[in-house]
Structures are given as structure tokens and as C-alpha cells.
Design a binder for this molecule. Structure first.
Ligand SMILES: NC(=O)c1ccc[n+]([C@@H]2O[C@H](COP(=O)([O-])OP(=O)(O)OC[C@H]3O[C@@H](n4cnc5c(N)ncnc54)[C@H](OP(=O)(O)O)[C@@H]3O)[C@@H](O)[C@H]2O)c1
Length: 306
């Protein structure tokens, strides 16, 4: 039998149960993955609590939970190329990642090989965050010489976005609560507090000014960037709705380069990029993991292990 985390209805509070189901089987063109860890993202609890969000992502009740996972291929159907039994993999299974086994039709949009040297818990946190960071950076075309304001920088997407912008040669000014400022300095960013006085705080550290901005929380950073003279076409948002203010670009993981998860996973395996796991919970304690993620102040990622 195979454990599967399930909710009977899309509702708040989220009521999850761990059910036992027969082992799923990989059909033609499919692989089965024995999942070792699932990384949580805000979209998981949004889907679980908002019927409209669930519908937008094609999730219907009774539903599973989670998206990002990592584990080992343990069954391969006829006709599959590129993956074999025993391969370590990480990927994406919308609304059903927290399970002992996942069956999917593998392609570059949902599965990649885990690089040697990268542990499963870290690999399990990568799919959405790497794709979204890649999309946000390319939306504004961050290059050496830019001074980029990144809002909401200590979260899962932010930690990667900051490091890739620094690696591209940009000066990075990053917003976070004060408890995360030393951490962001360690990633090469200049930290500032979000909230009242953001424009003045950025101006005080920006030297020659700000040339681009990425808002990873809502629209406050986008608004501040506009006040600092950044043109809309150099401001990206990922959580500011479909039409953010000042002509800023709304983007997201779907706009990423297809190789972003594999490419950034390799950087993490090489030690060039880091993505901390704030906490890891066994699947029996998934409610605690979700509550921590939902609190909105995670540094890096939260993981559930199976
Ligand atoms: N469009 C897409 O494809 C896409 C993809 C991924 C994520 N998203 C969305 O993007 C947002 C961030 O995702 P994530 O995975 O990085 O979330 P996360 O890991 O939960 O990170 C949340 C971060 O937000 C920061 N934060 C909290 N309140 C803030 C405020 N008022 N102003 C600025 N920052 C604040 C927190 O920093 P402190 O702890 O320092 O307060 C925390 O580090 C979520 O809304 C998510 O749904 C969209």
C-alpha cells in the first residue's frame, strides 16, 4: 500500500488525512517515483483553501496536496526514454506531491534528474522557486551594472533570485524583516526593511539609484521602485495580480526557461547557490508544516518527508 495525503473538500481550515491506497502503476509513457520529500509553496495552501484557485490549477476535490517533490524512479512504463529505475529525480505534480508514490508522464515541464551531491530534501524544494526566480530575472533582464531592488527576498523564490542577480553582477538591494538582514548580507545583498519608509531606506543605500525591481510579495516593492524612477518595463511582480501598477510585468514560473530547475539545481549541488530549509516535518506532522509556510515569514523553504 502507498500513503497519499488527501483533503475531502477545498476549504479553510485545511483538513488533511493520510490514506492508504493500492500502489499506483506506471502505464505506457509514464514513470512512478517513490517520493522521499515534498517541498511546500504558498500556492499549495492557496489551492487547498480557495475553490477558485483550485479550479484555476485544475485541482478538484477530493484532492491531494503539494506540488514539489524529490525521490527515486521505481517503475518505468513502456516507451519512456530518458528515465530509468533507480534514477534520482525531482519535479512537479500539481495538487498531489505529498504521497509515497507519484505517477506522471515525464517531460521537461515536470521532471529532472537530481544532480549528484544534492540531497532529496533540498531537491524537493526547487521546482516552483527556481522556475519563478528565473522568470522574474529574465522579465526585467538583470545584468551586470544593474542595481536591483528585490522585495520579499528571504522566502523561497527570493533567496534564489537574490543569488542569481548577485551572480549576474548586479548590486542587489533586498527587502526583508530585520531578523533576515544578516542572512541576506551573507547572500551578497544590501538588506532594507519593507513597510513604511521603504523608498527613503532604498534611496539611502542605492548610490546611483535603482535600475530594476522584482516584487516577490505583492506590489509594495513595485510601487516603491516606480517612486524611485524605475520604468514599468523593468519592474516584475509574481504576486501582484494580472495587471500590476505602473505597467510592471506580471510573470511567474510558467514563463521560465525550461531548463531552469536542472540548471539551478546544479548550481546548488556545486555550492554556488544555497537554499536553506527552515524546517522539515515527517508527513504525519504536515499540518505543522503548512501552518509554518502559511505564516508568511519562512526563510528559504519548508519540507515534508515521506
Ligand atoms: N506567479 C508565480 O508563478 C508564483 C510562483 C511562486 C510564488 N508565487 C507567489 O509569490 C509569493 C512569494 O512566494 P515564496 O515561495 O517566495 O513565499 P515564501 O517562501 O513563503 O516567502 C515569503 C517571504 O515573504 C516575506 N514577506 C512577508 N511579508 C512581507 C511584506 N509585507 N513585504 C515584503 N516581504 C514580505 C517574508 O520575509 P520576512 O520573513 O523577512 O518577513 C518571507 O521571506 C507568494 O505569494 C507566492 O504565492 C507566485
Amino acid at each position: 500500500m502507498s500513503r497519499f495525503v488527501q483533503q475531502q473538500e477545498i476549504a479553510d481550515p485545511i483538513v488533511l488525512e493520510i490514506i492508504d491506497r493500492p500502489d499506483p502503476v506506471a502505464g505506457a509513457g509514464e514513470v512512478r517515483v517513490r517520493v522521499h520529500a515534498a517541498g511546500l509553496n504558498p500556492v499549495d495552501w492557496k489551492i487547498a483553501t480557495h475553490p477558485q484557485a483550485a479550479a484555476a490549477f485544475g485541482v478538484t476535490a477530493p484532492a491531494g496536496f503539494g506540488n514539489d517533490f524529490a525521490g527515486v524512479v521505481d517503475e518505468v512504463g513502456d516507451g519512456v526514454t530518458g528515465f530509468a529505475v533507480g534514477d534520482r529525480v525531482f519535479g512537479s505534480a500539481r495538487g498531489r506531491a505529498v504521497a509515497d508514490h507519484i505517477v506522471l508522464t515525464p517531460d521537461v515541464s515536470n521532471l529532472a534528474h537530481t544532480p549528484e551531491g544534492l540531497d532529496d530534501e533540498t531537491a524537493a524544494t526547487l521546482w516552483i522557486a527556481t522556475r519563478t526566480a528565473d522568470a522574474a530575472l529574465s522579465a526585467v533582464g538583470v545584468t551586470a551594472g544593474d542595481t536591483v531592488l528585490i522585495g520579499g527576498a528571504a522566502g523561497g523564490v527570493g533567496v534564489i533570485t537574490v543569488q542569481l542577480a548577485v551572480a549576474a553582477g548586479a548590486t542587489v538591494i533586498a527587502t526583508a524583516s530585520p531578523a533576515n538582514h544578516e542572512f541576506l548580507k551573507g547572500l551578497g545583498a544590501i538588506p532594507v526593511a519593507y513597510g513604511d519608509g521603504l523608498v527613503e531606506a532604498v534611496r539611502a543605500v542605492a548610490g546611483d539609484g535603482v535600475t530594476a525591481a522584482i516584487d516577490l510579495h505583492g506590489t509594495d516593492t513595485a510601487v516603491a521602485a516606480a517612486a524611485l524612477g524605475v520604468p514599468g518595463e523593468r519592474i516584475a511582480t509574481i504576486a501582484g495580480g494580472p495587471t500590476p501598477p505602473y505597467g510592471a510585468i506580471a510573470t511567474g514560473g510558467a514563463a521560465s526557461a525550461p531548463d531552469a530547475p536542472a540548471r539551478i539545481a546544479q548550481l546548488i549541488a556545486d555550492g554556488a547557490v544555497t537554499l536553506p530549509i527552515e524546517a522539515s516535518f515527517p508527513v504525519e506532522r504536515i499540518d505543522e508544516a503548512i501552518a509554518l509556510q502559511r505564516g508568511g515569514h519562512v526563510r528559504g523553504k519548508v519540507v515534508v518527508t515521506l
